[in-house]
Structure formats: structure tokens, C-alpha cells
Design a protein around this ligand. Structure first.
Ligand SMILES: *Cc1c(COP(=O)(O)O)cnc(C)c1O
Length: 367
């Protein structure tokens, strides 16, 4: 038996015909770019999140870039971002010409370290990008208050956290904007690249709509030179179908995580710990070990995939060395990066699969 990290085939076995129908409708309409299918998906996605305004875009990285541009962030500005994240959270800051200011994360929840946030804030700081990593809500209300007190814009990177909640409110609705990725392997995945910007601020979304479509005011009147970051109608139609299932899929992910927890947490391993009053959606299931290579090898021999999210923190990325970042500056997140590993998790994973993975893990893993 082979167990992948994410089993996308299992999902398609169930909803394949429904998706085929949706795709055929787009083909019949020949409305391939944005249009009615993108409009319908935006409505479906906003409804699921209890959000007010939003628009689909090219991918999760461009969603953040569009928000930063709409906020007028650029050269001379600084943007705070966690050191432990996927590079897609950081690139948009560079893309708009601002400076990425990396912030240390905490040992317990892999969340932003509040003291380091205070230390890193300067007169040039304009925004904070909070990342709901692994599908767990950040300490978002505290960050909301902190940003408010310091006059900063809070942007939520929800690429891994579709429908994750804090105090029953969907993440992405706490800041000035929430950004989402529908990369195929995400909890809500397209058949290619796609993304979304959600906001309670109508004017911000209007601005994003212009920025993602050649700075258009009218068909042939371009207010600014802005480029093309539109969503495809085929992706939107596929995502409309999948949005119907996302709540149910998230519940199954929580059940899978609970079953892992029973075995691994009880055996003394450090696993993800969601904040009280939060509803996680477990994009990934992380566990820390001291002999990672050995554990991953043993799992592989049994046909069980595993991963590392992420093995190289942002301060050690050659891409950001120009800002003076180097290895060793972020002891907490760098230590975690050497110990974390991700076990298979997806809605269709079976209790038997989880038991096999856990038992194999426990034969070799060391705390
Ligand atoms: C996937 C991801 C992104 C980027 O999304 P793309 O759609 O691949 O551009 C950004 N941030 C985080 C945390 C992600 O996991």
C-alpha cells in the first residue's frame, strides 16, 4: 500500500462527474477569462467565509502582491512577515519594492513572536502579513489589536487555511484583506493556479479588480500600467463545485488529526497545537522528531510519503541575502525547521492508513 502526502485522486473519484459538467458549461459558453463563472465562484467563496467583498486572481502569491499594491505599499516601506513560512508570503513584499522584515516565530505554536514584532517595527513599517500556517489560525485577534495600535495594515495569508476559524469567525476576515491560494495541493485546490482576495473594504476590492486586469477603467482605457493577474473561468467553475465540500473536507481533516494526536501526542511527541477557541483545518499534520532522516527513510520503505514544511527558513534563503539575512539569526524557527516533518493528511485518509503510519513512525521516531 502506497500512501501519498496528499491524495488528489481520491477526491476526484467522488466529484469527477460534477466537475466534468461544470467544465463543459465553461467550454459551451466560451467565456474563458473571469466573467460569469468567476463572479459565481466569488459569491460562493464569500458566502462560505461570511465575507463581504472579494475577487478571484491568478494565484495566492499575486493575491498578496495585489493587496500590497492596492494599499500603496512600495519603495521605502517595510512589511513584517514570519520567518517560518512559504516563500510566497514574502516575495510580494519584494515585488512591490518594499523591504521584507522577517519576524521570529514561537516554539509552542509556530506563531509570530509578539516581542520580536515590537522590536522589528520601525517608523517605515506599513503592514504585517500574518500567515495561518499549516491550517491553524494565528493569534489573529491579538495581531489585529497590535496592528491597530501601531497604525499598520494587517494582511492575512490564508493560503493554507480555507475556512479555518478563530472564535467562530473565518480567517481572512480579521485584517484589511485575506488572501487565498487554490494551488492544486491546497485544501481547496483548482486544476492549475488560482487565488483570491477577500476584504470587508469595498474600495480595496475595486482597486484590486483594476490592478489585476491591466489597470482597466474601461475596455480600452487604462488608468495605470498594472499587468494581468486574472483568474480563468475553468478554474473558477471547478472551485465553485469544490467549495460545496470544503466544510465537510475540513471536518474530516480534523478527525484525521485527532486520530494521529491520540497516538503521537500520547507517546510524547510535539504535534500542532491549535489555539483555544480556534477551528483548525489541518492543511498539514506536523510532528517534531530528533532523528528526521531516519524516520522519513523508514516511512518511505513502507511506501508512506512524508515531507518537510519548510526545511529552509526565509532568513537562510539566498533570495533574501541582499537584505542582510543569514543563517543563525533566528534560533527558534531555525531549530524547528530541523525537527519538523509532515505526515500524510487529506480528507479521504482512512483510520487504517493513519494507524499504519503512526505505528511505523513510532517504531523509529525519537522525541
Ligand atoms: C501556497 C502558498 C502561497 C502561494 O500560493 P500560490 O498559489 O502557489 O502562489 C503563499 N503563502 C503560503 C503560506 C502558501 O502555502
Amino acid at each position: 500500500m502506497n500512501i501519498p502526502l496528499v491524495d488528489l485522486k481520491a477526491q476526484i473519484e467522488k466529484i469527477g462527474p460534477e466537475i466534468q459538467t461544470a467544465m463543459q458549461e465553461v467550454i459551451d459558453s466560451q467565456a474563458f477569462i473571469q466573467g460569469p463563472f468567476a463572479q459565481k465562484f466569488a459569491e460562493d467563496f464569500l458566502k462560505a467565509h461570511g465575507g463581504s467583498y472579494g475577487v478571484g486572481c491568478a494565484n495566492g502569491t499575486s493575491a498578496i502582491t495585489l493587496v500590497l499594491r492596492a494599499l500603496g505599499i512600495g519603495p521605502g516601506d517595510e512589511v513584517l512577515v514570519p520567518n517560518n513560512t512559504f516563500i510566497g508570503s514574502v516575495e510580494p513584499i519584494v515585488e512591490v519594492g518594499a523591504k521584507p522584515v522577517l519576524v521570529e516565530t514561537t516554539e509552542d505554536h509556530y506563531h509570530l513572536d509578539l516581542e520580536d514584532l515590537d522590536r522589528k517595527r520601525t517608523a517605515n513599517t506599513k503592514a504585517l502579513i500574518a500567515v495561518h500556517l499549516y491550517g491553524l489560525s494565528e493569534n489573529i485577534k491579538t495581531l489585529q489589536t497590535w496592528c491597530c495600535e501601531n497604525g499598520l495594515s494587517l494582511v492575512e495569508d490564508c493560503a493554507q487555511a480555507h475556512l479555518a476559524k478563530f472564535e467562530s469567525q473565518a480567517v481572512g476576515t480579521f485584517g484589511v484583506a485575506g488572501t487565498f491560494s487554490f494551488y492544486p495541493g491546497k485544501n481547496l485546490g483548482a486544476f492549475g493556479d488560482a487565488g483570491f482576495v477577500l476584504s470587508e473594504d469595498k474600495a480595496l476590492i475595486e482597486k484590486v479588480k483594476m490592478l489585476l486586469d491591466h489597470g482597466r477603467k474601461d475596455k480600452y482605457l487604462h488608468e495605470i500600467s498594472a499587468g494581468n493577474y486574472r483568474i480563468d473561468a475553468l478554474q473558477a467553475a471547478i472551485l465553485s463545485v469544490k467549495t460545496k465540500y470544503i466544510a465537510e473536507w475540513s471536518e474530516r481533516r480534523r478527525q484525521a488529526a485527532a486520530r494521529y494526536d491520540l497516538k503521537l501526542k500520547e507517546a510524547g511527541f510535539k504535534v500542532l497545537s491549535p489555539l483555544p477557541d480556534s477551528t483548525p483545518v489541518y492543511h498539514l499534520y506536523l510532528v517534531e522528531v530528533s532523528n528526521r532522516d531516519e524516520v522519513m527513510m523508514t516511512l518511505k520503505e513502507k511506501g508512506i510519503a512524508s515531507g518537510i514544511h519548510y526545511p529552509v527558513t526565509m532568513n537562510s534563503q539566498p533570495a533574501f541575502s541582499g537584505y542582510g539575512y543569514k543563517s543563525g539569526q533566528f534560533p527558534v524557527s531555525e531549530k524547528a525547521a530541523q525537527r519538523i516533518m509532515s505526515l500524510p493528511i487529506f480528507p479521504e485518509i482512512t483510520p487504517e492508513q493513519i494507524d499504519l503510519i503512526s505505528e511505523t513512525f513510532l517504531t523509529v521516531a525519537k522525541v
